[in-house]
Design a binder for this molecule. Structure first.
Ligand code: GDD
Ligand code: MG
Length: 326
């Protein structure tokens, strides 16, 4: 029996106002909620997932509606107040045995979780952290790697001048239940408290290739979308009405969307029941379910939230627009 925990209790502040009405794990990216993409990345030998939720946990519970996904049992656990990433795990300690998987709920990546799991078992460590290299690590946790992929130092969100590495915590872990020996009921942050205390004592790193994006901000969301629409999500579905448009791929348009006389793409995803009137430019943007875009609008680097109406001639760049009523 192998369990997984998805950390999904954050407030999603950098995606406001979208996340005022939808918790970040349920925000759809290229048409599919982030949390469903995260769960789909789990190896088939995982039989049980706990969703550690807090903010708008009821929405997450309704999303799963007591049902699992593809043979995976899903239990949504609601925190009354945010316990932090360590507190969330501590509260589940009696339900996690042996080796288990922990995932941040807002990461889109090509991590081969099963290979990482095998690597962790081979090393026999307390925990293994997925690692990715970035140019600017300030917004992440960084690691120093010693011999045999051992992590000898971990620092969360270092100042630029203190950043001793560009290898970052990519937000997926395999842990052994011995990790709870290094925690107690006061533990709050895995990244600030637990990882630094087990560095050099059986903490390992696992690097991988392909892609990795934390979708927590508007810009990173749109970067992740580009990866997804450049792949399977980049289709104009049967049943989408696209008339007199110039389409610059990659673009995804769902059935039931109506798009007329406009320039669409690249990197644009239009969900079902959206309507785009004549003379618009929609580029590096997302139109969520039922958004209505008036004539001659220019929408760039933006997310237009579900059901949001954008009046004729509006320009939106680098914004998240949602209906006032939401
Ligand atoms: N249950 C629960 N309770 N979950 C939480 C809490 C909490 O109090 N606080 C945060 N989370 C969840 C968030 O919902 C998210 O899925 C995950 O934990 C990480 O939180 P973020 O707020 O997205 O953190 P971050 O992106 O700034 O940094 C984290 O991720 C980076 C990689 O994406 C850290 O783990 C960094 O070290 C890491 O590099
Ligand atoms: Mg994040």
């Amino acid at each position: 029996m192998v369990s997984a925990v998805v950390l999904a209790g954050g407030f999603g502040t950098r995606l406001r106002p979208l996340t005022l009405s939808t918790p970040k794990p349920l925000v759809r990216i290229a048409g599919i909620p982030m949390i469903d993409r995260v769960l789909a990345s789990l190896p088939s030998f995982v039989d049980e997932a706990f969703i550690a939720a807090g903010y708008r946990a009821q929405d997450i519970r309704s999303h799963f509606n007591g049902k699992g996904i593809n043979g995976l049992a899903v239990n949504v656990i609601a925190e009354e107040k945010p316990l932090g990433t360590a507190g969330a795990l501590w509260s589940l300690r009696n339900r996690l045995e042996g080796d288990f998987i922990v995932l941040n709920g807002d990461v889109i990546n090509s991590l081969p979780v099963n290979e990482m799991f095998t690597f962790h078992r081979k090393c026999g460590g307390i925990a293994t952290i997925s690692l990715w290299e970035v140019d600017n690590p300030e917004n992440f946790g960084i690691v120093r790697l010693g011999q045999d992929m051992q992590i000898t130092e971990f620092k969360e969100k270092p100042k630029r001048e203190d950043a001793f590495s560009r290898l970052i915590n990519a937000g997926t872990y395999v842990m052994n239940d011995r990790v709870f020996d290094y925690m107690d009921s006061h533990s709050s942050s895995m990244e600030k408290e637990v990882f630094p205390s087990i560095s050099g004592r059986g903490l390992y790193g696992f690097r991988f290739s392909g892609y990795w994006v934390d979708c927590g901000s508007l810009d990173s969301y749109l970067t992740a979308q580009e990866i997804l629409v450049s792949g399977e999500a980049g289709v104009v579905r049967n049943g989408a009405r696209v008339e007199g448009c110039v389409i610059s791929r990659p673009v995804g348009i769902e059935r039931g969307a109506v798009v007329r006389g406009s320039r669409i793409g690249p990197n644009t995803y239009i969900e079902e029941k959206c309507a785009v009137s004549e003379g618009c430019v929609v580029k590096r943007s997302t139109l969520m379910r039922g958004a209505v875009i008036g004539k001659g609008c220019e929408i760039t680097n933006s997310i237009i939230g579900p059901g949001t109406e954008v009046t004729d001639g509006t320009s939106s760049d680098n914004q998240i627009l949602v209906n006032q009523s939401q």
